[in-house]
Write a new protein. Structure first.
Length: 668
């Protein structure tokens, strides 16, 4: 059994509860800026620690006056915004427990989280979400609400009796603050300090990809231990004065961890709810690091590539060469063997291409943190090549997000690094990743049976599969429950095929199927955002709908090339023999993706069962001849070309410098 561990940097924690972190910042002589509120237009408005604490206390007093007691659960339903963080800390300041709910949740999901946790009140973002809570309560009462694979009680929804809006309108925070004007500071402080390290701070529900969501009871110790051990472990990224823009949903444990870690470290945090405005917000904030799930990083590269193609052959050629150079330079730097010509070419592309990509991310970005799913190694090297090192983390809701991370000092792109300080990771006989340490949850709320099953001797079985090298560096290889076993007994890890297909511009999502079948197949969707652009490049009408485009021979042929390319990464028995293009995309709103953009495989299989059956009702497609031979020939050809490229590098540098000197930079 392979294992790795890293000793804790801080054994004796210096804070007893999450609110102590804010208390320390607000009473420090520096009184640092902790937040930057982003108005619809214009520059951000700084919020100092003392001002934030005053606002937190005012809302917390309102909660006390409304009857919220220490240990009570309070829901928060809304998109990422400054007020979300404000009410989160106010709930903690009142000694209560916050229960996040995704704004994209269905009525059944809202009911499940609030009823299972026993929430007595809820904050909502706006009128739309307030209506959703009221409608959920009504449907519960009249018995018309469908359960999420489990039974829901018909008793009244307690949380619906106390609903406060965060958007500044009626029944808003202002009204709640006014209600708390008679609550004394002493009473509030007693409630705040009644919470200790091993008390529950929040109940965060899992995505529910394989059944009803489970409530992970995360304690103050989970968060405090993470903050006090991670900040000194990542000093280059997380430090006082650093900046980031949070656009991930705060209902997700990844964003929640960042919210607390940023306050502890003095990182200036800005919130944005709409990713459509992300580029503008990045330009306003100028973050030093960004946080995203892998799909966001894929979209950044896809968008840049399409803009380059729109600029003509020169731009497209330059961008493609810049991508190749960036990845090649990164891999060479890891090996400490950067050829002088490659170094010179990299510096030139930095001026022509990479600097513009960094500028689009705000200009000051030097680090990125990726979580929520595995990031492809080539993508990690590309971003490193443009001057943005991606710290890839690994964790789950049950581990308060990160349990391992690939830090800049490890310099091991393509892995999730070593365990975070104070943690242990081991691989079971079947390569399942098991973890132990102070970040691991206390229990599943109200489910001692599930807790006993998941936690044994402090070890949590993650359900993920991994590999570990001699240094103890962990690589995520797949999800245990997602492994497909074909009729021939071949084990197939879907992500190995799905990731390269999903990373292409035309594809929205891809899901590999084939459990118990004679061959492997895939369901593919077209990305509605990039589709018009790709249709134009294929010589088709850019106004075709996804359903219409799915029938076009040129689109099908293009996707076959994409699938063939992905198949070269696996054996013939694992390769995709057939695929079907779905007429619509798989989205969070359709119920086919989790808010962190993971596939809800069971729901997809259920909703598209007829499509899958139709795929397998046809005769088994023949193995596409020559795919493995072609892959070998391509590899050999690339090796032969490498020498030629090295000879051409000097000439290419000369040509690029001539372009630069003629002022062609403006056109690149």
């Amino acid at each position: 059994m392979r294992s790795a561990s890293v000793p804790a940097l801080v054994e004796r924690l210096t804070h007893d509860r999450i609110t102590d972190l804010l208390q320390r910042q607000a009473t420090s002589p520096a009184d640092p800026v902790l937040y930057e509120r982003l108005p619809p237009l214009g520059p951000g408005v700084p919020v100092r620690a003392s001002d934030f604490r005053a606002q937190v206390i005012a809302v917390a007093k309102g909660l006390v006056a409304a009857g919220i007691e220490p240990g009570d659960r309070v829901g928060i339903l809304g998109r990422t915004r400054y007020e979300w963080t404000l009410v989160d800390f106010a709930v903690w300041w009142a000694g209560a427990v916050s229960v996040p709910v995704y704004d994209s949740s269905s009525h059944a999901q809202i009911a499940w989280n609030l009823m299972d946790s026993g929430a007595r009140a809820i904050f909502v973002e706006n009128e739309k979400l307030e209506t959703a809570v009221r409608d959920t309560a009504r449907e519960l009462q009249d018995g018309s609400l469908d359960a999420l694979g489990g039974s829901l009680p018909t008793e009244p929804l307690k949380a619906a009796q106390r609903v406060w809006r965060m958007d500044g309108t009626a029944t808003s925070l202002g009204e709640l603050i006014a209600l708390g004007s008679t609550v004394s500071d002493e009473d509030l402080e007693r409630r705040r300090t009644s919470r200790a390290l091993d008390d529950t701070a929040t109940i965060v529900y899992t995505s529910g990809t394989t059944g009803p969501p489970k409530g992970c009871a995360l304690t103050h110790r989970n968060f405090i231990s993470l903050c006090e051990n991670v900040q000194p472990y990542l000093p280059e990224v997380v430090h006082a004065g650093a900046k980031t823009v949070l656009f991930l949903p705060l209902a997700h444990v990844f964003a929640r961890m960042v919210e607390v870690l940023a306050l502890h470290s003095g990182v200036i945090l800005a919130h944005t709810a709409d990713v459509k405005n992300l580029t503008t917000d990045l330009q306003r904030v100028h973050p030093s690091f960004i946080l995203a799930v892998p799909r966001v990083f894929e979209k950044i590269v896809i968008g840049a590539r399409m803009r380059a193609q729109d600029g003509g052959k020169l731009r497209s050629w330059l961008f493609n060469r810049a991508v190749t150079t960036g990845e090649k330079w990164s891999r060479a730097q890891v090996g400490r063997r950067v050829h002088p010509v490659l170094e010179a070419r990299h510096r030139l592309y930095d001026r022509l291409v990479y600097a513009k990509l960094r500028e689009a991310m705000g200009g000051d970005v030097r680090w990125a943190i990726s979580g929520g799913a595995a990031l492809s190694e080539s993508l990690a090297h590309f971003f490193h090549g443009i001057g943005v090192y991606v710290v890839e983390g690994y964790g789950l809701t049950e581990t308060t997000a990160p349990i391992a991370a690939n830090t800049p000092t490890l310099d091991a792109l393509g892995t999730v690094g070593l365990p975070l300080p104070g943690h242990e990771i081991r691989l079971a006989d079947d390569d399942e990743i098991q973890v132990r340490g102070p970040h691991v949850m206390a229990c599943y709320h109200g489910r001692p049976d599930l807790t006993a099953e998941a936690l044994q001797d402090g070890w949590f079985a993650t359900g993920d599969l991994g590999a570990m090298d001699d240094r103890g560096l962990l690589r995520i290889t797949g999800r245990k429950k997602e492994i497909i076993v074909t009729a021939g007994g071949k084990n197939v890890i879907p992500e190995q095929l799905e990731a390269p297909i999903r990373a292409t511009a035309m594809v929205g999502q891809c899901m590999v199927v084939g459990e118990g079948r004679k061959f492997v197949a895939a369901l593919i969707t077209l990305d509605p955002e990039t589709l018009p652009h790709r249709l134009e490049h294929l010589g088709l009408d850019r106004n075709l709908t996804p359903a219409q485009a799915a029938l076009e021979p040129k689109v099908i042929a293009h996707l076959q090339e994409v699938v063939d390319q992905a198949n070269r990464k696996v054996s013939t028995a694992e390769s995709i023999r057939a695929f079907e293009i779905l007429p619509t995309d798989l989205t969070v709103e359709s119920g086919h993706l989790t808010p962190s953009l993971k596939l809800r495989r069971d729901d997809i299989l259920r909703d598209f069962a007829d499509v899958v059956e139709d795929l397998y009702s046809r005769p088994a497609p023949p193995v596409r001849q020559g795919s493995e031979t072609l892959a070998k020939l391509e590899s050999s050809f690339e090796n032969s070309l490498e020498r030629l490229r090295e000879l051409k590098d000097v000439r290419e540098l000369k040509d690029l410098r001539e372009l630069r000197d003629r002022g062609s930079e403006r056109d690149v």
